[in-house]
Design a protein around this ligand. Structure first.
Ligand SMILES: Cc1ncc(COP(=O)(O)O)c(C=O)c1O
Length: 391
């Protein structure tokens, strides 16, 4: 289902001009309780105050040494040292997490290859179209958890027909369901990747919503990556858009990680070449924004803003899920994050009826996605009931 989410959001905004009570639950951007994108005052302030020399010149294509070190430290947190001791690692700045995904497709696949994805997913289909590759699906849920059996079975099938396989896992706060893998499930996924050691596995680990999970330690799962064998090349897709709430700025990174030294020696030239031949370089201001907040003295202001946003999003999801349960509205298993999926067999029809009624959501395979990040608690009050009417 090729849906243009940005267009749905534009339609909602047009409708909102005529009728301010219209609810725009279509887009993955954090809006505060007054419908404003002002969630992170520390970020707005930093952007305004960055000196010209941090904003105007061309940057290094890969972001430069400071950026690469910073984004690696940011992503692995307190586990960085162990990761660096036991594995080879490098990074390249990209315009958003999207840049990391697109370049991974381009670098590690050839036309007509299959890429391994879950049957419920964000729009990887678009990246696949552009790279002229196809998608090979596994089932995502069994009962209330991740379907490890299907992940294993389907990957086994694919590994028989293709030597090099890109495997995408989007965690935590999976878009569109809001599911977060348990530590056990993540460990089992890593074990499964290790099983296929006659293949070359590229593990594209999309951590766009790393900061928004309700897990007590949101980075501990990365320790499982230490057990990956040499046939696995991991690329973590980091999104500065989601991390700092700067969606239009285009900040991201591809972080390459492997036990195999050759994988990482090849990583930099291939990603830099990819960047030079497509987007050229990531905006200097984006690179410097991450460098700014990587300094201890600046980080605290960001952390305060982030806690506030997380609390608001958590309250919104609790309210939605509670109301949904009370009236028997079915959703996919939800843990935390920006989105929730309400199940329906006729998503297009429900989407259209809701839009006419002034509620904009995104139709997906077997459900509609509600972006809880972008609507207020007041708007969520009574929303499940309003949706139920059209199911
Ligand atoms: C799962 C997932 N991955 C990656 C991205 C890429 O985000 P960006 O390119 O804005 O950093 C998004 C954005 O919505 C997303 O939902």
């Amino acid at each position: 289902m090729a849906i243009d989410i940005l267009q749905i959001s534009r339609n909602a905004l047009e409708h909102q001009k005529k009728d301010p009570s219209v609810i725009n639950a279509s887009i993955g951007m954090f809006f505060d309780e007054d419908r404003k994108i002002s969630g992170m005052p520390a970020v707005s302030k930093a952007l305004r105050e960055l000196p010209d020399m941090s904003v105007m010149p061309y940057p290094a294509v890969d972001g430069g040494k400071a950026f690469k070190d910073n984004v690696i430290s940011w992503t692995f947190g307190e586990y960085e040292q162990r990761i660096r001791e036991e594995m080879y690692v490098d990074a390249c700045a990209t315009p958003g997490g999207s840049g990391a995904i697109a370049s991974t497709f381009s670098v590690y696949s050839k036309p007509n290859d299959y890429i391994f994805v879950s049957n419920i997913r964000w729009q990887y289909d678009r990246f696949a179209d552009r790279a002229h590759v196809r998608l090979y699906e596994h089932n995502m849920f069994k009962d209330e958890g991740f379907d490890l059996e299907s992940f294993d079975e389907s990957l086994r099938e694919l590994c028989k027909i293709q030597k090099q396989v890109i495997v995408i896992v989007n965690d935590p706060c999976h878009n569109p369901t809001g599911y977060t893998l348990s530590h056990y499930e993540f460990k089992r996924i890593v074990d499964i990747l290790n099983k296929y050691d006659q293949n070359d596995i590229v593990f594209l680990y999309d951590v766009a919503y790393l900061e928004y999970t309700s897990e007590t330690d949101n980075r501990i799962k990365v320790l499982e990556l230490l057990t990956l064998k040499e046939h696995v090349m991991t690329v973590l897709a980091f999104s500065g858009s989601k991390t700092f709430g700067v969606y239009g700025l285009r900040l991201g990174a591809a972080i390459g990680l492997s036990k195999n030294k050759k994988h990482i020696e090849n990583f930099r030239p291939r990603f830099v070449n990819e960047a030079r031949g497509s987007w050229s370089a990531t905006p200097t201001i984006s690179i410097e924004l991450l460098n700014h907040f990587s300094k201890k003295e600046n980080f605290e202001a960001f952390a305060k803003d982030l806690i506030k946003i997380k609390e608001i999003v958590q309250k919104r999801s609790e309210s939605f899920i509670k109301q949904a349960k009370e009236i028997g509205l079915q959703t996919h298993p939800f843990k935390s994050g920006f989105y929730v999926i309400v199940l329906t067999d006729h998503p297009m029809e429900v989407y259209e009826k809701l839009a006419q009624d002034g509620v904009y959501v995104v139709p997906m395979e077997k459900g509609i996605r509600i972006a809880l990040c972008s609507i207020s608690l007041k708007e969520i009050d009574g929303l499940p009931k309003r949706i139920m009417k059209f199911l």
